[in-house]
Design a binder for this molecule. Structure first.
Ligand code: DHB
Ligand code: MG
Length: 621
């Protein structure tokens, strides 16, 4: 696959854009006209820069309002094209994008449009230029790639072909199968963009909400699959108009773009049954352990909380200052080493969740996929690596250890000396999910990280009101529910998720939810152990009675134990409670799912955020 990206997709000056695009590893760029016009360098100088960076210019774009112009506007459009061809010669590209006309002056008559393109084709041929005609979804007369294909066939000129852009086709719901009609030799260029499903004017949707393939809801992989089936082997180029990308980190967006291209191409190959050189997205068997970085003093304060939650210290690492706490199938690892990764993490962030241990069928294959996606491996030569537990960089610089799903028992016994310890337990059985808070500018980036590397799917995005602003929340889940993570981000500076990022100097995992088969028994044990739970207002319980018709005495007990409740349409139930946060950092949730409840109690999230905001250092501004 040849990879390309339009300069409009990333932030910065043209020079900064090109540098970041080259560093990310693309083969080519589309030079977007505004970037050229607003740049002090001449087209020749830009061509030299591209050459120095090892990039080619695959396309110059856009050329607007060309076809179907009446009267002398027609001649003027053809003359304008000549000027663009001059620029292209200096830039060193032979391809130009002509997007369908949006001018109210334009005529929609088929024969006129065909004539115009024949005239343009003659001029293009004389200059060695290939013209790609693109249907803008909001074009005045031409707005569908099927119309463009009919026109291109009728024009029948070697210099005039079709340019496909997944956004324009998919935003209008045009079936991917329609691409099968197109002669691949006539495809001048292919642009890819995804977008979240939103109901709005097509132009506004396109100019502000496009995102990388896989970050939105459109069937971009199916689009690419049809093109591969046709035998298209030209570049795949990202053309992403996105407000956040325009303001975000040039390097991050460029890297994400390449990751999305690798992932969508791989997905498309799988869709058509082609052998992909990449290992498939790795299923996650589960969260085998969650690791905390802590200093000795922090660990001294954290341990009573873990014990209060019913965990027992069952193992001590044979060579490191690392303890294993266990309850049910849950393993918590407390790392007090004075060197190495966890220690650095603790210095930077304070006591935190610094790593997850995930079980996968084949860690080596997962590593190979990660490498292809430019997901960084972490290797500091500690015994963990040598114990066959490779690590990848994850959210906020934390680590993901990869464990072979059949070898977890041996890993524990090999690495940890068992401790005689007894704890009654609080009935906690497994990790239900972990929740991360990330910067709003990296919200899409982390979603792509999970979905590109692992066999997991995004759930619908939710807006959750915090007293200090809306929080966007998206769950990412394996198909069997064995792995669930939620990503949370907020533009409001005072929301819980933003405060977390400020308090701990960066994104990270903010809470862990455990399951119990009996939340009342667990809640009573926690209370007896002196674990402080998050107090829920009485108004909430009055409303519960009204909403769900729960019995008064049941609700009274729930109120005494700070238990929250939700029930879905099918009658499945979700019972939950929260601990107070450990030193304003992370907190724990206890969940009982009854029946096939698949959500996370979204209706209760604002209640929880409201309750937690009482403990903020400063009032809501
Ligand atoms: O929004 C636009 O005007 C625009 C311009 C060029 C493109 O290739 C495109 O897809 C959209
Ligand atoms: Mg386009």
């Amino acid at each position: 696959m040849r990879t390309s990206i339009a300069t409009v997709s990333v932030s910065g000056t043209l020079e900064q854009k090109l540098t970041a695009i080259a560093a990310a590893g693309y083969d080519a760029v589309e030079i977007f006209e505004t970037d050229l016009l607003s740049c002090a360098a001449s087209p020749r100088e830009i061509a030299r820069q591209l050459d120095d960076l090892g990039l080619t210019c695959a396309l110059y774009q856009p050329f607007r309002d060309f076809e179907g112009m009446p009267g002398e506007l027609r001649q003027r459009a053809l003359d304008r094209a000549e000027r663009k061809f001059d620029v292209m010669a200096e830039l060193g590209t032979d391809r130009i994008l002509v997007c369908s006309n949006c001018s109210p002056h334009s005529l929609g008559e088929h024969d006129r449009i065909v004539d115009d393109f024949r005239a343009l084709g003659e001029r293009a041929a004389a200059r060695g230029v290939l013209v790609g005609y693109e249907a803008l979804a909001w074009g005045r007369h031409v707005y569908d790639h099927r119309q463009v294909w009919e026109i291109v066939k009728a024009v029948d000129h070697p210099s005039i072909g079709i340019l496909l852009d997944s956004f324009h086709s998919l935003s209008r719901g045009i079936p991917n199968e329609s691409l099968a009609e197109i002669d691949p030799a006539k495809i001048v260029f292919v642009q890819l963009a995804d977008a979240p499903l939103l109901s709005m004017d097509l132009l506004f949707w396109s100019r502000h909400f496009r995102c990388m393939p896989g970050q939105g809801d459109l069937p971009v992989a199916g689009f690419v699959a049809e093109l591969l089936k046709l035998g298209y082997d030209g570049p795949l180029s990202l053309e992403i108009f996105n407000d956040r990308f325009r303001a975000g980190s040039t390097a991050l967006v460029a890297q994400d773009g390449l990751r999305s291209l690798v992932a969508v191409h791989d997905q498309a190959e799988r869709l058509i049954g082609k052998r992909s050189p990449l290992p498939p997205p790795s299923p996650i068997g589960g969260i085998e352990f969650i690791e905390f970085a802590a200093s000795d003093e922090e660990a001294t304060r954290l341990e009573p909380l873990l014990a209060g939650l019913g965990f027992a210290k069952v193992g001590q690492h044979r060579t490191l200052q690392v303890d294993r706490w266990r309850q049910g199938a849950i393993n918590l690892v407390v790392n007090r080493e004075q060197r190495g990764f966890a220690h650095s993490y603790d210095i930077m962030h304070g006591a935190s969740i610094c790593a997850l241990g995930l079980t996968v069928p084949n860690p080596d294959a997962t590593l190979r996929r990660a490498r292809a996606l430019a997901i960084q491996r972490y290797d500091d030569g500690t015994p963990r690596e040598s114990a066959g537990m490779p690590a990848l960089r994850g959210v906020g610089g934390s680590l993901i250890y990869l464990l072979r799903d059949t070898a977890t028992d041996r890993t524990w016994t090999d690495e940890f000396r068992p401790l005689q310890s007894h704890a009654e337990g609080a009935g906690l059985e497994r990790v239900d999910h972990v929740a991360a808070s990330v910067d709003i500018d990296e919200f899409l980036s982390w979603q792509l990280y999970w979905t590109a590397l692992f066999d997991v799917a995004k759930q619908v995005e939710l807006d959750i009101p915090d007293p200090a602003g809306l929080v966007q929340s998206r769950a990412i889940e394996g198909s069997d529910g064995a792995f669930r993570v939620t990503m949370n981000a907020s533009g409001g500076r005072g929301t819980l998720s933003s405060r977390f990022i400020g308090n701990v100097f960066g994104a990270g995992f903010q809470h862990i939810a455990f399951t119990t088969p009996d939340i009342f028994a667990t809640a009573r044990t926690l209370a007896a152990n002196g674990v402080a739970t998050l107090a829920i207002p009485g108004n909430y319980y009055d409303d519960l009675v009204a909403r769900f018709g729960l019995a008064d005495d049941l609700v009274a007990e729930m109120a005494a134990l700070n238990i929250l409740f939700d029930r879905d349409e099918a009658g499945n139930e979700y019972w939950q409670l929260y601990t107070r946060a450990f030193e304003k950092r992370f907190f724990f949730e206890v969940i009982e799912r009854r029946g096939a409840y698949t959500g996370y109690g979204a209706a209760n999230a604002p209640i929880r955020l409201g309750a937690q905001s009482q403990f903020r250092a400063e009032p809501v501004a």
